[in-house]
Design a protein around this ligand. Sequence first.
Ligand SMILES: [Zn+2]
Length: 303
Amino acid sequence: MVSAVRTVLGDLPPAELGVTDSHDHLFFRSPRLPGQELDDAPAARAELAAFRAAGGSAVVQWTPYGLGRRAADLPPLSRATGVHVVCATGLHQDVHYAEDTPAALRGRLADVFVAELTEGIGDTGVRAGLVKVAGGFHGLDAHARWTMTAAAEAHHATGAPVAVHLEMGTAALDVLDLLCGELEVPPHRVILGHLNRFPDSVLHRQAAESGCYLAFDGPSRTHHATDWRMPDAVRALAEGGFGDRLLLGGDTVVAAARSVDGGPGMPYLLRRVRPRLAAELGADLVEQVLTENPGRAFAVDWR
Ligand SMILES: [Zn+2]
C-alpha cells in the first residue's frame, strides 16, 4: 500500500503536493452567510491562478456535504490552473443546513462519507480526500457528536483524515476526547482548525501534545481581534517542538475575502503570512509547514 493524497484528479504521492494552502474554500454556500456565497467558477479559477502565480501548488477545500462544494467543477479548475485540489466530505454544524438535510442523512451518515471518499461525490466520480466536521462553542452538541461518530467510522473504514472546525477556536480538548479517546481515531489523523481564534497558549500546547495537527488560518474580518496573535502562537508551538504538526491556510469563506475581489484570499498566505512567519520560525521551518507537513497530514494508506 502506497500513501497518497486523494486529489480531485486522483491519488498523488505526498512529495508532489508542494506548497499547500491546507484549509481554504473555492466554493461555499451557507444560509448563515446570505449574499456572500462563494459560488462563481470563473472567480474560483482566478483565485486559484493567483495562488499559483504567488508560488502555490495545492489547495485543500474544507467545504463539506450540502454547502455548495461544486465537486464537478473542481477537476477542470485544477487542470486549468495547475493547482492540486483536495476536497472534503463531512458535515458542518446544524445551523448551516435547512432542517431536512441532516434529517435525510439519519442512519446513513458514515456510509455517505465513505462513499464520497471511495466512489465519489454524487455521480461526479470526484473523490473526497478528508472528512470535515465541526465542534461547538466550548462544547459539543448532539449534532456534533453524531457527525464526529460518523467521521470516526469513515476514518476507520478508509484511513481518511478528519478535519475539525473549532467554533471560535474552542472545545479542542472535547473534540480530542471524543474523536481520539472514545472513538479511537489516531491523533495524527485529526486536524484541528481555527485554534488561532482562541489564542490560549496552554490550550494550544495541550492539544499539540495529543499528536494531532494544528491548522492555523485566516486572516478574516470576523476574527480580526485575534488574527494578529497567530505568529506568536505558531512560534510558541514551534519552540515547544511541535513544528512538524503545524499547518497553514487562508480559509476564504466569503466572496469579499477573495483576492480577485480585493481581499486577502489565497495568495495572502504566500505574499504576507509566509514572510511574517519566517521572521518568527525561520524560512526553513515555514517551508516545512507549507510542504512536508501537509503531505504527511493528508496522505493516507487508502483502504
Ligand atoms: Zn473553513
